[in-house]
Design a protein. Structure first.
Length: 486
């Protein structure tokens, strides 16, 4: 709160905050504009019918990231999902394609090229995902076959227009997010995801009190949410600091190095990627089963064991995938050999560890231990909704899940950190306090007089010193002449 008050007192930061709020307002307005060719009344009835379904599958996650726009089939139905998917794919391709790894090593110019590739891939994924959403909405699979006829006109021209509108809206969202990053506070994509998640949070939370013993369940859910949010904030701020010492180096006529610093390693290096990947993969069998006959044994087995997030099979597979993706994604984003080579190039070393391969092995050992703790931490947070649903016997879905809590805590901390850093830039007295011009002139005149006096005294001292040296030299020459005459 103190950081926010200080930011609002500064004109530059106040303009940035207002700009971010304007982008958020445009984003939320677009979430309620229906796509041309959609029967909005039928869609509204479908959303009302599915209001109590779980949001832990792939469709639920996409709908969560879009702020409910997906099931409403608005122009912003895709939200930021194509950009997130494209960013993850580009990061994973660095391991497979050497060109991408070379661009990553080139610094800012290489990252700009990778960002350009991410934008192109985002548009391609937007075309693919919008086509899939429209087809599944037409057949009723998007709403679990609870309703249909949401798209009255199924002609090719109408479908093409809908795909173009959704794809163009995705590009517009990507542009807005980049504007928020450049001219606002925080990461644009993260801020939009944060707003999308929080848009329906209070409404879903309030619906809990309508059940039997609803107020007791409501109090328990709110208390657990606050405790878990505090715990997640604490863990996300935890670091394993590895000391690094840099040796002195002579470059030209200047001496560099000789400083001590540390390498910060977070406990949760993979962020929210493991639960998102696990939920997405576990939703694939359910989507495939929708194309089969409901009387077949394999379709019944999938619907029984993987159709709900509270079954034993789902929990076991979900846990195993979270552990796997925690180690896998961290190994992709953090390369110990690359870090060790960079430290060796700049003359850095870890005290007690040799530079080069020994440093890479030590970092790999530390990361394996951190990933173990991080996987347990993500499992604990991700399984909280399942435990609460079973313990409280809730009929409605929880307003938050493990992925939701991780995103809210991570984005909130990152945005606050950036706001505090920008606020501290304007905390100097000569930026915030206006001084009296007469005092400034008086102090300037005093400083000028003092400098003139000091220069006069210095010149007088120099003149006296020169006269003394001249007299000493004359005396020495006189004594020498007398000695020669004798």
């Amino acid at each position: 709160m103190k950081t926010l008050i200080q930011a609002l007192r500064t004109k530059e930061l106040r303009n940035k905050i207002l700009f971010v709020l304007l982008m958020i307002l445009i984003y939320r307005i677009g979430s309620y504009i229906p796509t041309p060719g959609v029967d909005y009344k039928a869609v509204h009835e479908c959303v009302t019918t599915m209001s109590g379904s779980s949001q832990e599958n792939f469709v639920g996650l996409v709908n969560l990231f879009s702020g409910g726009s997906l099931l409403q089939l608005s122009i912003f139905a895709l939200g930021v999902t194509p950009y997130i998917t494209a960013s993850i794919v580009i990061q994973l391709l660095r391991v497979v394609i050497p060109r991408f790894e070379q661009l990553h090593r080139e610094g800012q110019s290489g990252e700009a090229k990778l960002t350009e590739y991410t934008r192109y891939l985002t548009i391609g994924l937007a075309v693919l995902q919008s086509s899939t959403i429209i087809v599944t909405a037409r057949t009723g699979a998007l709403f679990n076959y609870m309703c249909s006829d949401v798209i009255p006109d199924t002609s090719f021209a109408n479908m093409l227009i809908m795909v173009m509108v959704m794809t163009g809206a995705t590009g517009f969202i990507m542009w807005m997010a980049e504007l928020v990053t450049d001219k606002g506070i925080g990461n644009g994509m993260s801020v939009l995801i944060f707003i999308s998640i929080c848009s329906g949070f209070l409404n879903n939370l309030w619906n809990i009190h309508t059940e039997e013993n609803g107020w007791v369940k409501f109090g328990v859910v709110v208390g657990v949410f606050i405790v878990i949010l505090i715990f997640v904030d604490y863990v996300e701020l935890c670091q394993r600091r590895i000391p690094v010492q840099y040796t002195r180096r002579m470059i030209g006529r200047k001496m560099y190095g000789g400083s001590s610093t540390y390498l910060p390693l977070k406990i949760n290096m993979s962020g929210v990627i493991p639960p998102i990947f696990a939920s997405s993969i576990l939703s694939v069998p359910t989507l495939i089963s929708q194309f089969g006959n409901s009387d077949q044994s394999w379709v019944q087995w999938i619907n029984t064991n993987l159709g709900s997030s509270t079954t034993v099979w789902y929990i076991v597979l979900y846990s195993l995938m979270i552990v796997f993706f925690t180690f896998f994604y961290t190994s992709v984003t953090f390369n110990p050999e690359e870090v060790a080579d960079d430290m060796k190039e700049y003359g850095g070393f870890i005290p007690g560890v040799r530079a080069g391969r020994a440093t890479a092995e030590y970092l790999n050992y530390v990361m394996n231990r951190l990933n173990t703790v991080g996987a347990i931490y993500i499992l604990f947070v991700a399984l909280i909704p399942t435990v609460l649903i079973k313990a409280l016997n809730l009929n409605t879905s929880l307003p938050f899940g493990g992925t939701t809590i991780l995103i809210i805590a991570g984005v909130g901390l990152d945005t606050l950190r950036q706001a505090k850093a920008q606020t501290e830039q304007f905390q100097y007295e000569h930026f915030l306090v206006a001084q009296d011009p007469e005092k400034i002139e008086d102090s300037t005149d005093d400083e000028t007089d003092e400098s003139v006096d000091s220069q006069t005294e210095a010149s007088a001292d120099d003149q006296a010193t020169e006269e003394a040296e001249t007299a000493t030299a004359d005396t020495d020459s006189t004594d020498k002449a007398s000695a020669d005459a004798e």
